[in-house]
Design a protein around this ligand. Structure first.
Ligand SMILES: Nc1nc2c(ncn2[C@@H]2O[C@H](COP(=O)(O)OP(=O)(O)OP(=O)(O)O)[C@@H](O)[C@H]2O)c(=O)[nH]1
Length: 369
C-alpha cells in the first residue's frame, strides 16, 4: 500500500526520533512510503490539525505520488480525521489506529488477540461517544432524529457488552496464568525475563540463548505475547527465559492496559535482562523510558542486567567488544554483546549464573532469619 506520511513538528526536541519511529511503524504495518510532509505548528488546528496551506501541498503530493492512504503521525479527533479524509479523498489513519493495526497483526496467543480486540473496541467506543455527543449537541436543531442515531446507540450498547465479555475472559485467563506461575515457581528454577525497547533485539537474543525460532524481524512489535522456554545455563542450572513485548514511547492510552498486562509476567521474574540497542542514538532515553515503565508496574526492585546489544553495528563506533562491566558492589551490571553474531553470549551466561548464586544466597539468608 502506497502511503504518504504527514508528520507534525510541535516544537518537541525529539521530533526527528519520533518521526523516524513513525516511519518504522508504517513499514511494520506493510506500507510503502511514497512521500513525507512535515508541518510545523505551535498548536494543532481544530479542523485539520495542519494549516490549509500545508494541506493543499500534501494533497498535491499525495496525487503526484499516487498514494492510496494517508498516515498521520499524531492522534486525530474524529472531526479532524473526517475533514482530512474529505480533503484528500483518501483514508486517513492516525497514530493510534496504526499502532492498533500492528498490534492486531502481531498478536499470536489467544490472550494477546483478546487484549488487542479490547483496545480496538475501546478506541472505537471513544470515537463513537464523541461522534454521538457531537450529534446530540446539534439535536436542538431540526430533524436530527433519524435511523443513524439509533444505529449509533445500538453500536455503543453492543460494543459495551462485547467489552464486558472480553474483560471477563481476560481476567479468567490471567487467573489461570497465575496458577501456572505458582506451580512453576515451586521448583528451584531461576526465571529470567528479557525486556527492552522495541527492535532492541530481544527476540534475536532469546533465540541465541535458547536456540529456538521465536519470530524476529526488523519490524516493531514482532513479539506481542510473552514467549517462554527452558534453557540450561552452566552455574545456574535450569533457567526459564521469557521474551516480552517491546516498549514504545507515546503508546496510545487504549493500548497501555493491554501492553502492561502482557508485561506483568516480568514482575514475577527473578532477574530482568534489559536489552538495549547500543547502536541507537536514542538509547539513553530508551533506557530511561523502560526503567520508568518497569517502576510503574512494580518491577523496580527486581535485579537487572543491562545488555548492550548490536555491538557489531556501525552506529556503535569502534571499541565495542564483547565484555562485562561490574558495579560498585562487584556484581555484573552491564554486558556488551551481539545477539546476531552470537558473540559475547558467554559473558551473559556468566552474569545469569552469578545472579542465580546471589539469589540463592539471599534465599538462604531469609530462611535463616
Ligand atoms: N546488527 C545487529 N542487528 C541485530 C542484533 N540483534 C538483533 N538485530 C536486528 O534488530 C532487529 C530487531 O530484532 P528483534 O530481535 O526482532 O527485536 P525485538 O526487541 O524482539 O523487537 P520487538 O519484538 O519489536 O520488541 C532485527 O532486524 C534483528 O536482525 C545484533 O546483535 N546486531
Amino acid at each position: 500500500m502506497k502511503a504518504l506520511i504527514i508528520s507534525v513538528d510541535l516544537g518537541s526536541p525529539d521530533f526527528q526520533a519520533h518521526a523516524d519511529e513513525f516511519a518504522m511503524l508504517a513499514r511494520g504495518a506493510g506500507a510503502e512510503i511514497v512521500g513525507t510532509v512535515v508541518a510545523r505548528r505551535a498548536r494543532p488546528d481544530a479542523a485539520h490539525f495542519i494549516g490549509s496551506g500545508k494541506l493543499e501541498e500534501a494533497v498535491l503530493l499525495a496525487g503526484q505520488a499516487h498514494a492510496d492512504i494517508i498516515l498521520f503521525d499524531q492522534p486525530l479527533t474524529p472531526a479532524q480525521q473526517r475533514n482530512l479524509e474529505r480533503g484528500f479523498n483518501l483514508r486517513v489513519v492516525d497514530r493510534v489506529a496504526l499502532i492498533l493495526d500492528i498490534f492486531a497483526l502481531r498478536a499470536k496467543s489467544h490472550e494477546g488477540k483478546m487484549q488487542v480486540e479490547l483496545a480496538q473496541l475501546q478506541h472505537l467506543s471513544t470515537r463513537l461517544t464523541r461522534l454521538w455527543t457531537h450529534l446530540e449537541r446539534q439535536r436542538g436543531g431540526i430533524g436530527m432524529r433519524g435511523p443513524g442515531e439509533s444505529q449509533l446507540e445500538m453500536d455503543r450498547r453492543m460494543i459495551g457488552a462485547k467489552v464486558r465479555v472480553l474483560r471477563e475472559r481476560l481476567a479468567k485467563v490471567q487467573r489461570q496464568r497465575g496458577t501456572q506461575r505458582r506451580a512453576r515457581s515451586r521448583g528451584n528454577t531461576l526465571s529470567v525475563s528479557l525486556v527492552g525497547y522495541t527492535n532492541a533485539g530481544k527476540s534475536t537474543l532469546f533465540n541465541a540463548l535458547t536456540r529456538a525460532g521465536a519470530y524476529a524481524a526488523d519490524q516493531l512489535f514482532a513479539t506481542l505475547d510473552t514467549t517462554t522456554r527452558r534453557v540450561w545455563i552452566e552455574g545456574a542450572g535450569q533457567v526459564v527465559v521469557s521474551d516480552t513485548v517491546g516498549f514504545i514511547r507515546d503508546l496510545p492510552p487504549t493500548l497501555i492496559a493491554a501492553f502492561r498486562a502482557t508485561l506483568e509476567e516480568t514482575v514475577h521474574a527473578d532477574l530482568l535482562l534489559h536489552v538495549v540497542d547500543a547502536a541507537s542514538p536514542q538509547r539513553d532515553e530508551q533506557i530511561a523510558e523502560v526503567d520508568k515503565v518497569l517502576a510503574d508496574i512494580g518491577a523496580a526492585d527486581i535485579p537487572r542486567i543491562l545488555v548492550y546489544n548490536k555491538i557489531d553495528a556501525a552506529g556503535c563506533g569502534a571499541g565495542y567488544e564483547p565484555r562485562v562491566e561490574r558495579n560498585e558492589h562487584g556484581t555484573i551490571a552491564r554486558v556488551f554483546l551481539s545477539a546476531l553474531e552470537r558473540r559475547g553470549l558467554d559473558g551473559l551466561r556468566a552474569a545469569v549464573a552469578e545472579a542465580h548464586q546471589i539469589a540463592g544466597n539471599n534465599a538462604f539468608h531469609v530462611e535463616n532469619l
